[in-house]
Design a protein around this ligand. Sequence first.
Ligand SMILES: Cc1cc2nc3c(=O)[nH]c(=O)nc-3n(C[C@H](O)[C@H](O)[C@H](O)COP(=O)(O)O)c2cc1C
Length: 127
Amino acid sequence: MGRKDNEYCHTKGEGKCVQKDDLEKIMPAYFESDMIVFATPVYYFDMSAQLSAAIQRVYCIGKPAKATKAAMLISSASPGTGEGAVVSYKNMLAYMGVEDMGVFALAGEECKSEEKLAEIRAFAKGL
Ligand SMILES: Cc1cc2nc3c(=O)[nH]c(=O)nc-3n(C[C@H](O)[C@H](O)[C@H](O)COP(=O)(O)O)c2cc1C
């Protein structure tokens, strides 16, 4: 892609990205959802590269059309290592004008806990 395509989405593309890739599979859900749930393992004190890439690819839309709420699910080996991911998530929500409904950060054995899973299911039902 040449420089002439810079900011195509925000200038001529009406929110459509000039890059054609798997983003096109995610985009309809991103447009239609009333809530976005971000889920990631902690890789070196931050969210996974895959989630980060997906977030960066919705730049063309900027703010989701309908979503007013979000939550984040984090799994890690050690407790307290997901703070970098939480900071990025919160900054992004502030930018999007979307409300944080909760962050679930589970570590080690907690990630396999039926009790924790039930807690998250109850949270989801209560939304
Ligand atoms: C490349 C890599 C980096 C990781 N970095 C961290 C880390 O910084 N802190 C931590 O607590 N766990 C770290 N882990 C462990 C994962 O966060 C943990 O195993 C996670 O629950 C794996 O989820 P998954 O089964 O979905 O891959 C790392 C794992 C990998 C593979």
